[in-house]
Ligand binder design. Structure first.
Ligand SMILES: C=CC1=C(C)c2cc3[nH]c(cc4nc(cc5[nH]c(cc1n2)c(C)c5CCC(=O)O)C(CCC(=O)O)=C4C)c(C)c3C=C
Ligand SMILES: [Fe+2]
Ligand SMILES: [Fe+2]
Length: 388
């Protein structure tokens, strides 16, 4: 089989407070995160939104120690996966490729080309597929593949999503069980699944399978848990004024409080590491909302991180993928209907490589956007629907 590599894809997060601005710029430069009718607006608008959001976002990162733990946890997952694969008789090099911060996907690709990897498994660390997460990373990879003839000689296979993987479901069920068993009336504790939201139009217009995969995943985890507890699914972290998937986490918590629910465990479901949205948003913001709504016993289920059952699930996924016919980036695209997002011929133009952080030229473009904003009396940016 030759040299095997596993490329773990993830979102990335700012390591320190100074990184927050450029990280947000990278994120909002991504056409899969903000969809605009005019591609030339992408970077100026990204600059504009990033600069407006940086201070608030920095405040949140301050509350969790001044940066995202995502890099460290993802690297630890990589090491544990390497060990687990070795134990199962499969040697592999592990590479971490983040979409919006270091180590960038481009850096991971450079490393694995240097190491002369012959066989690559591309494994996004998102159990469910969304255009805005795995889809965005696949799209970037498609572009890197088009640009680099060396990559075209590499055998690779993609795992588009893996929320049904039994080991993952078992790890989630085990983590939930541990939390609910802390309560004297364990069987009555409300199990509250909080998934990261996406704008509703992603699902309804662009055909993002995300909502369906989240719903199915929730049902499978409850089935694996095999307890009589009531459960709810809601969506967190809405950004901007457009409608996102409903119900929103804060509304669902208030409603449960009003119904008299006192004991509740929150399960973060769309992400497999601790990050700002578990440590800050759930543990601080949603806890407060729950408390005010009368849910006095509020616990959160930890993310799988390096839970051995979860790491074993990742290893099984890799080994299965190596033994199956390969699945191509373009197939991942077609099956998930991503092509509906943009006319195929136009997406390359506005595509961002995450290795670009803001510089003078982009700030200039941002300045132009500001002028456009002033001339159009704010209408344009609100129309685009992302400003807070
Ligand atoms: C499956 C998980 C995620 C989906 C789906 C997703 C969609 C999505 N996100 C934004 C905007 C922001 N996301 C931000 C941070 C962030 N997002 C995810 C995961 C998903 N996003 C993670 C894990 C993180 C945090 C990384 C970390 O630092 O620990 C942020 C920045 C933080 C903030 O300012 O709140 C923004 C902004 C959109 C618009 C979107 C779908 C279109
Ligand atoms: Fe996000
Ligand atoms: Fe978010």
């Amino acid at each position: 089989m030759g040299r095997v590599g596993v490329l773990l894809l993830n979102l990335g997060g700012p390591d320190k407070l100074e990184d927050v601005g450029p990280f947000l710029f990278n994120l909002f430069s991504d056409p899969e995160i903000i969809r605009l009718p005019f591609r030339w607006l992408q970077k100026p608008l990204a600059w504009f939104i990033a600069s407006r959001r940086t201070a608030t976002s920095q405040e949140n990162y301050k509350q969790i120690g001044g940066g995202s733990p995502l890099r460290q946890i993802t690297e630890a997952q990589g090491e544990a996966l390497k060990e687990q694969l070795h134990y199962l008789g499969q040697e592999a090099n592990i590479y971490v490729g983040m979409r919006y911060w270091h180590p960038y996907t481009e850096e991971a690709i450079a490393l694995l080309t240097q190491d002369n990897i012959d066989n690559l498994v591309i494994l996004p660390l998102y159990p469910q597929f969304s255009i805005s997460t795995s889809g965005s990373s696949f799209r970037l990879l498609e572009r890197l593949w088009q640009e680099d003839p060396k990559l075209q000689r590499l055998e690779y296979t993609v795992i588009p999503s893996w929320y049904k993987e039994p080991g993952y479901l078992q790890a989630m069920a085990e983590l939930i069980r541990q939390e609910i068993d802390q309560f004297p009336n364990a069987d009555q504790v409300h199990v509250f699944f909080s998934a990261h939201g996406v704008p509703k139009s992603y699902v309804e217009v662009a055909g993002d399978p995300y909502q369906q995969e989240i719903e199915e995943c929730t049902a499978l985890i409850m089935q694996t848990l095999n307890r009589p507890n009531p459960h709810t699914l809601a969506y967190q972290s809405r950004v901007g004024p457009v409608e996102w998937l409903q119900p929103y986490t804060e509304d669902a918590l208030k409603e449960l409080g009003a119904q008299g629910v006192k004991d509740l465990v929150v399960v973060p479901i769309s992400f497999v590491s601790e990050h700002i949205e578990t440590l800050q948003e759930i543990d601080i913001e949603y806890r407060e909302i729950a408390e005010e709504a009368g849910i006095h016993n509020f616990r959160r289920v930890p993310a799988p991180n390096t839970h051995p059952v979860f790491i074993r699930a990742l290893a099984d996924l890799v080994i299965d993928a190596l033994n199956k016919p390969s699945f191509k980036l373009s197939q991942a695209a077609q099956i998930k209907k991503r092509v509906k997002m943009y006319p195929p011929e136009s997406w390359e133009w506005g595509m961002t490589t995450s290795a670009e952080v803001w510089n003078g030229r982009i700030a200039m473009l941002g300045f132009i956007a500001l002028i456009v904003e002033l001339i159009t009396g704010q209408g344009l940016l609100h129309l685009i629907g992302i400003l807070q």
